[in-house]
Write a protein that binds this ligand. Structure first.
Ligand SMILES: Cc1cc2nc3c(=O)[nH]c(=O)nc-3n(C[C@H](O)[C@H](O)[C@H](O)COP(=O)(O)OP(=O)(O)OC[C@H]3O[C@@H](n4cnc5c(N)ncnc54)[C@H](O)[C@@H]3O)c2cc1C
Length: 448
C-alpha cells in the first residue's frame, strides 16, 4: 500500500465579488462515510467539472464522485476575470502570440474546442447571457508600446486568417466612456462569463447525474491492490480511477514538485452604480471587456444587471510559495486597483470597491500543462498556464478521454508536449520570478 498525505489545502484570499453577487441553487453537500465509485474527480473547478461532464458522455452508466475542499464558486474558478479566450494568450511574455503559425493555429483550435464544449454545457444548463456571453473582447492599448503590440498581434492573426478589427481612440471612448485608451484590437471569438455563476450552474447541471461533495478536502490518497482511496475528514471515496483537477495543488499531492510557478493575480469590484445617465456618461456602454494590449497590464470589465453597473479590474501579479498572502499585500493591491481605475474613470473616483480578492494561477516555465497518467489509474489535468477557463476545460476533457482509452487526433496532439521544466531552487525562483514580473509590469507602464 502507498499513501500520500496532502499537507496543504486551498485557502481563500479575500471574497470574490463574482461569488458574492452570484446566487447558488444547489445545496452544499459534504462527504460523510464511505463511498465507492467508478471514477473519482478531485477538484470542482473548470478542469474537474469538465472532466465529469466528458466522463458522463463517455460512460453514462458509471458512478462519478467529485470532491472539493471548498464550496463551488469560491475557488479560483469563481474568482477570475471571466475571459474565455480563443486566440493565443501567452502570459509568460508580454506578447500574447509568441509561437509560429502552426503553433498559433493549433492553440486556437484547442481553445475553440474547449469553448464549444463550454457552450454546449451552457445551452444544456440554460445559462443566461449574463453568465455566458459570446461577445468577443478588446485588447486595449493606452501607450505607444501597447499600440505596437496590438499591431504585431493583429499581424499574427492576419497570417492565421483570423477575423479582427482595430478600433481608434474615439471608438474606444464611445464604448468605455474613457479617453484613456489610444486604440484597441477586437477579436470576436471570446466568450465572457460571470465565472461564479458559470461554475455553479455547471455544477448544478451535473449534480443530477453525479455525486458532488463540497467542503470535503482530500487529506490523503492511498493505493491498495489497484484501487485508490481518497481520505477526507468525515469520509472516504474508493475508486479504481482518479482524475486530479486541482491545478497548482497537484504539487501538494506530491507530483510535479519544483516545476510549477504559483502566481497570484489580484482583482477588485466596485460597488454598484446606476447604469442609466450617470453610468453611461462616465463609463460608456452597459457591458464591455478589455484585456491589456501588454499582457502585464490591467484587465477591465463593466457588467450591468437590473439597472446597476459595476467595474471589475485585475492588475498585478506576484509569485508566492505560500497559499495565502498577507492583509498588507491585499491592501496594497487594492490601492493599485484604485489608481488604475481612477486614471481610466475619473468620474468614478468617489465610488468605493466593494470586494478585493486574490487567486492562484499555475504556470510552467515552458508553458505546458502538467497532464497525463502520473501513476496507474491516477490522471492529472493541472497547470492551466493562466487561462484556465479554456485550458483547464480542455485538460479536463482530455483527461477523461485518456482515462477511458478514447483515442482521438485531438488527444494525440494534446499529449504531444514536454513535461513542465524544472525551476531553480528556492529562494532563487522566488527572487528571479518576482523580479521578472516587476520588470515586465514597469515596462507595461500605463497599461497597468
Ligand atoms: C484574478 C484572476 C483573474 C483571472 N482571469 C482569468 C481570465 O479572464 N480567463 C482565464 O481563462 N483565466 C483567468 N484566471 C485563471 C483561472 O481562474 C484559472 O486558470 C482557473 O480557475 C483554473 O481552473 P482549474 O479547474 O484548473 O483550477 P481551480 O479553479 O483552482 O480549481 C481547483 C479546485 O481543486 C480544489 N482542491 C485543491 N486541493 C484540493 C484537495 N486537497 N481536496 C479537494 N479539493 C481540492 C480547489 O478547492 C479548487 O476548487 C484568473 C485568475 C485570477 C485569480
Amino acid at each position: 500500500m502507498t499513501t500520500t498525505s496532502v499537507k496543504r489545502l486551498p485557502a481563500e484570499n479575500g471574497r470574490s465579488g463574482w461569488e458574492a453577487i452570484s446566487r447558488r441553487s444547489l445545496p452544499v453537500r459534504s462527504l460523510e462515510g464511505n463511498v465507492t465509485a467508478d471514477w473519482l474527480i478531485i477538484g470542482a473547478g473548470f478542469a474537474g467539472l469538465s472532466a465529469a461532464r466528458r466522463l458522463l458522455q463517455l460512460r453514462p452508466y458509471d458512478k462519478i464522485v467529485v470532491l472539493d475542499a471548498s464550496e463551488i464558486g469560491k475557488g479560483t474558478s469563481g474568482r477570475n476575470s471571466g475571459f474565455m479566450i480563443d486566440v493565443p494568450h501567452n502570459l509568460s511574455s508580454s506578447e500574447y502570440a509568441s509561437g509560429g503559425l502552426d503553433a498559433t493555429r493549433l492553440e486556437m483550435a484547442q481553445n475553440r474546442a474547449a469553448i464549444a464544449f463550454a457552450k454546449e454545457a451552457a445551452d444544456e444548463y440554460a445559462m443566461s447571457s449574463e453568465t455566458f456571453d459570446p461577445a468577443g473582447k478588446i485588447n486595449a492599448a493606452a501607450t505607444a508600446r501597447g499600440m505596437r503590440l496590438n499591431i504585431s498581434f493583429g499581424q499574427s492573426l492576419r497570417s492565421a486568417g483570423e477575423k479582427h478589427a482595430f478600433l481608434n481612440a474615439a471608438e474606444m471612448q464611445e464604448i468605455t466612456g474613457s479617453d484613456y485608451y489610444l486604440g484597441g484590437l477586437f477579436t470576436p471569438g471570446a466568450v465572457l462569463i460571470q465565472p461564479a455563476n458559470y461554475i455553479r450552474e455547471f455544477a448544478a447541471g451535473l449534480s443530477r447525474k453525479i455525486d458532488l461533495f463540497e467542503r470535503s478536502p482530500v487529506t490523503a490518497l492511498t493505493r491498495n491492490k489497484g484501487t485508490w482511496a481518497a481520505i477526507s475528514p468525515r469520509g472516504k471515496v474508493t475508486a479504481p480511477n482518479v482524475i486530479l483537477g486541482v491545478n497548482g495543488h497537484i504539487d501538494d499531492f506530491g507530483h510535479f514538485r519544483g516545476r510549477l510557478m504559483h502566481i497570484f493575480a489580484y482583482a477588485s469590484m466596485t460597488a454598484p452604480f446606476p447604469a442609466e445617465d450617470f453610468g453611461r456618461q462616465v463609463s460608456g456602454r452597459d457591458r464591455w471587456a478589455l484585456l491589456p494590449a501588454d499582457a502585464m497590464g490591467a484587465t477591465v470589465r463593466k457588467i450591468t444587471s437590473c439597472g446597476q453597473s459595476r467595474i471589475v479590474i485585475r492588475t498585478k501579479y506576484t509569485y508566492e510559495t505560500t497559499i495565502t498572502v498577507s492583509d498588507h499585500r491585499m491592501a496594497k493591491m487594492a490601492t493599485e486597483h484604485r489608481n488604475s481605475l481612477d486614471a481610466r474613470f475619473p468620474g468614478l473616483k468617489e465610488l468605493p470597491f466593494e470586494y478585493s480578492w486574490a487567486g492562484r494561477l499555475c504556470l510552467s516555465r515552458n508553458h505546458v500543462p502538467a497532464f497525463g497518467e502520473i501513476e496507474e489509474g491516477l490522471y492529472s489535468a493541472c497547470c492551466e498556464n493562466g487561462l484556465g477557463t479554456v485550458k483547464s476545460t480542455l485538460a479536463g476533457i482530455m483527461a477523461a478521454e485518456l482515462a477511458t482509452g478514447t483515442a482521438s487526433e485531438q488527444l494525440e496532439q494534446y499529449m504531444d508536449h514536454a513535461a513542465p521544466s524544472r525551476l531553480p531552487p528556492e529562494p532563487f525562483a522566488w527572487l528571479g520570478i518576482n523580479s521578472v514580473i516587476r520588470l515586465q509590469e514597469l515596462r507595461a507602464g500605463r497599461e497597468g
